[in-house]
Design a protein around this ligand. Structure first.
Ligand code: SF4
Ligand code: MG
Length: 323
């Protein structure tokens, strides 16, 4: 069951009078109810911008985002917008920067409850906050303290409690574990997984490398320079990656078994990511692709379903363009 449909979504930023940064440049994919969709790519590929545009924190330049069949970006009444804001929440990479240092933890967590007028009774509000603190592994005493008194992992728990306070259905988690110690990362991932089960949540989980999303994602999308280049169920993406960029990302992950290591092809991507202000013609990956062909400079590869549920944008899988 589709919860979100993202169609040809674009988000451009004006850099100056002549130049436009095409941060997200026409991505199409669905997010199913109850799943975790992992969104992966190097920094600057547009994944955070995609997450924010899906949540309507940024206006879309073109295309649309349908949540439960309704376009998030079309003009709406205040009430409808409030409703969207309540159902769709965000967890940030740097929980410290996203928590107001002058507010107590309980007021931070209750902010959404207050804005949406969910609970008016003071005692009931306190009970709800305490319940949320417990849910994320903290306690009621923590509610009276300030963000700086907590460790990174605890601050991320506070950020999660804040997102949960309004009973959302969909959460964009933008690199929620990237800034944490490795020892803490698994704890936060496990917390997110448990909450997903208990509350039937749907996640868009953004990460910069494939090893981070492997265990949490049901399906994975790979972005390169503002485009979606591949989408597949997680297991399939790891076992049978189609796009040369996905293969390169996977070959960069070390594996424990030396037999597997030997049998794997190593793909080293040369060079830097080109500027999204002036991306290469045709396939945007062609300047770094070890398999680039003549056609790759001339024609933009279409993003299409190559086999059941496995989408790719690459001329290697295009029958008309084999050369
Ligand atoms: Fe490489 Fe061409 Fe495929 Fe782009 S379309 S990934 S350049 S082979
Ligand atoms: Mg980012």
């Amino acid at each position: 069951e589709k919860l979100l449909e993202i169609k040809e979504l674009k988000r451009h930023f004006k850099v100056d009078r002549k130049n436009v940064l095409k941060a997200v440049d026409g991505i199409t994919f669905d997010i199913f109810k109850g799943e975790t969709f992992g969104l992966v790519g190097e920094s600057g590929c547009g994944k955070s911008t995609a997450g924010r545009t899906i949540l309507r924190l940024y206006e879309a330049t073109a295309g649309k985002v349908e949540f439960q069949g309704k376009n998030v970006h079309s003009k709406k009444s205040k009430k409808e917008l409030k409703n969207f804001n309540r159902k769709m929440q965000m967890i940030f990479q740097d929980p410290y920067a996203s928590l107001n240092p002058r507010m107590t933890v309980k007021d931070i967590i209750a902010e959404g409850i207050d804005i949406h007028g969910i609970i008016k009774d003071k005692k009931e509000r306190t009970n709800r906050v305490n319940e949320l603190l417990e849910t994320v592994g903290l306690n009621s005493e923590h509610g009276n303290r300030y963000p700086h008194e907590f460790s990174g992992g605890q601050r991320q728990r506070i950020g999660i409690a804040r997102a949960l306070a309004v009973d959302p259905e969909f959460i964009v988690a933008d690199e929620p574990i990237s800034a944490l110690d490795v020892s803490i990362q698994a704890q936060v991932v496990n917390l997110l997984k448990r909450l997903q089960k208990e509350r039937n949540l749907t996640y868009l989980f953004i990460a910069h490398d494939l090893s981070m999303v492997k265990h949490i994602s049901d399906r994975i999308g790979v972005m390169y320079l503002g485009n979606m280049v591949e989408v597949a169920p997680s297991d399939e993406l790891y076992e049978d990656p189609l796009h040369p960029y996905t293969r390169a990302l996977l070959s960069a992950i070390p594996v424990a078994n030396p037999e597997v290591e030997r049998s794997r092809e190593r793909i080293i991507i040369e060079g830097d990511v080109p500027s999204p202000v002036n991306p290469p013609s045709g396939c945007r990956f062609r300047t770094r692709c070890p398999l680039a062909m003549d056609v790759c400079a001339k024609a933009v590869p279409e993003f299409k379903e190559y086999k059941n549920g496995h989408w790719v944008a690459c001329h290697l899988y295009d029958k008309d363009h084999q050369n």
